[in-house]
Every structure is written in structure tokens, then in C-alpha cells.
Design a binder for this molecule. Structure first.
Ligand SMILES: [Zn+2]
Ligand SMILES: [Zn+2]
Length: 259
């Protein structure tokens, strides 16, 4: 195959030829610690804390590998030099690491797998949606239905790349309020983080639409994506699905960056 010739199959960790994930690297990839997807702090099994539950919120998150080293390389490769076989290798690797109790939970309640969509021009340019490829293979492995029912109707900027800065008025207000430099730094950092999350929320709001409503109403859904970073994208997907009548929504991310 031409692509194989251009981009020979090599291990993302050590470069060994002939595999995407060699056995010794596969053993070494660290798992991300489970977090509550609503507040980002630790939670057993990735279940949303009782205090963090919201009617349109997400109910839990399985985020598998820590987004660093070989896993980071792998996710970038999945986006930019695609071979379908690579998607399958990702899911093989991930499937072994999903707790069996979580798998039986998804199976018992007949969750449907919904990939996080790309905007159509971006998908056309790339030729595929990596989340959909992962979603298809996850559905197959877990024995769940694959239901690509979300569409992205807004071409959002990459949330991680959104830039924010403080206005001179905001800077001044902080200077007036705090005397010590250390306190000012903390206050600036906090305000920046707040502005960033507000900007992300504004950017992603209304970005998704449900196409086949009957597949969503009263359904339990498992959103699939390659990376969970701020969570903004999946949270907005979950909100859209719940508004359409989904009874429960979980996220499944191949990897997790950030905190
Ligand atoms: Zn290796
Ligand atoms: Zn929480």
C-alpha cells in the first residue's frame, strides 16, 4: 500500500519497524488517573461526583492513557498520516486497559457509541475523522452499536489554541487590590484561567447538532474522542445529546492531557 511505503509502520515509542505499539512500549505507557469529568478532580472509576451532577452534564469519563511521550506521538500520527489499521491498533491497545467492570456496565446497559464529529470541511480535508475511526473499532470490540448521530455545525477554533490576555483595566484592578507581587501573580493567573474557560465555552456553544433523534431519545450513549484536554468539546456534545433526550452520557477518550 502506498501510504505504508510513505510512512512505514513503526512503533510510536521506540521506532521499531513493523508495529505501531511494540510489546515493551505498550507495557510502559502510563495510564491517566481517573477524574470526574465535570470538575476535573480525582474520582474512582471516572464517575461524576454526586455533587457535580447536572441535568445536562456528562455522567462519567473513561480516559485511558496519559497524553505524553509515545501516546502523544501516536495521537498526532492518527491525525496526520492515517492508515485505518492504525485506528485498529489503538483500540486493541486501549481495550486491554479498560476495566472489565466498566466494559460490562456499558454492555449491560446497551450503550451506543457516538464519535465526536469534525466540521465537514475539516473532515473532507483530512479525509476521515479519527474519532469516528476509533469509535467504530471500540463499538466492534465492546459489542456495542455504532451511532454517528452528531454533526458539527460550527467551525470552532482549536480550544487549546485560544489566546486570552488581561485588559489594562483588569491589570489595574488587580494592582489596586493586592499589595504583594506574589498575590498579584496569583490573582492574574486565576483571572486568566477564568477568562480562558469562559472563552472556550463561548466558542464551543451551539457547535453540535443531532441528526437521528430517535437514536438518542432515552438512549445511553458513549462519546468517543482521541484526546480529552479541557473537556469543553465533550461536555458540549453531552449537553446537546441530553437536550435531545439521551438518558445517560459517558465519555471514552483514548488519552487525557492536562492536570
Ligand atoms: Zn516500541
Ligand atoms: Zn466532580
Amino acid at each position: 500500500m502506498l501510504l505504508e511505503f510513505l510512512f512505514p509502520k513503526t512503533c510510536v515509542g521506540c521506532g521499531k519497524l513493523g508495529v505501531y505499539f511494540c510489546p515493551s512500549c505498550s507495557q510502559r505507557f502510563s495510564l491517566a488517573s481517573p477524574i470526574c469529568p465535570m470538575c476535573g478532580s480525582g474520582s474512582i472509576g471516572g464517575i461524576t461526583h454526586v455533587r457535580c451532577r447536572r441535568p445536562l452534564g456528562i455522567d462519567g469519563l473513561v480516559a485511558l492513557f496519559a497524553y505524553r511521550e509515545g501516546i502523544q506521538v501516536a495521537v498526532k500520527r492518527l491525525k496526520y498520516r492515517f492508515v485505518r489499521e492504525m485506528g485498529e491498533a489503538f483500540v486493541d491497545l486501549a481495550h486491554k486497559r479498560i476495566e472489565s467492570s466498566v466494559v460490562s456496565y456499558f454492555q449491560r446497559d446497551s450503550f451506543r457509541v457516538v464519535p465526536v464529529p469534525l466540521f465537514r470541511t475539516r473532515e473532507r480535508r483530512r479525509g476521515y475523522n479519527q474519532a469516528a475511526v476509533l469509535g467504530e473499532f471500540f463499538a466492534l470490540r465492546l459489542g456495542l452499536d455504532f451511532a454517528p448521530v452528531l454533526a458539527r455545525v460550527k467551525n470552532t477554533q482549536a480550544l487549546a489554541e485560544l489566546q486570552v490576555r488581561l485588559s489594562s483595566n483588569e491589570e489595574k484592578a488587580i494592582e489596586e487590590k493586592y499589595l504583594s507581587l506574589a498575590q498579584r501573580r496569583v490573582a492574574q493567573w486565576k483571572l486568566l484561567a477564568e477568562k480562558k474557560s469562559r472563552l472556550r465555552a463561548d466558542e464551543i456553544r451551539g457547535a453540535f447538532k443531532v441528526s437521528e433523534k430517535f437514536k438518542v431519545q432515552n438512549a445511553k450513549l458513549l462519546l468517543v474522542d482521541d484526546v480529552w484536554t479541557s473537556g469543553g468539546t465533550m461536555l458540549e456534545c453531552a449537553k446537546t445529546l441530553k437536550r435531545t433526550g439521551a438518558s445517560r452520557v459517558w465519555g471514552l477518550a483514548f488519552s487525557r492531557g492536562g492536570r
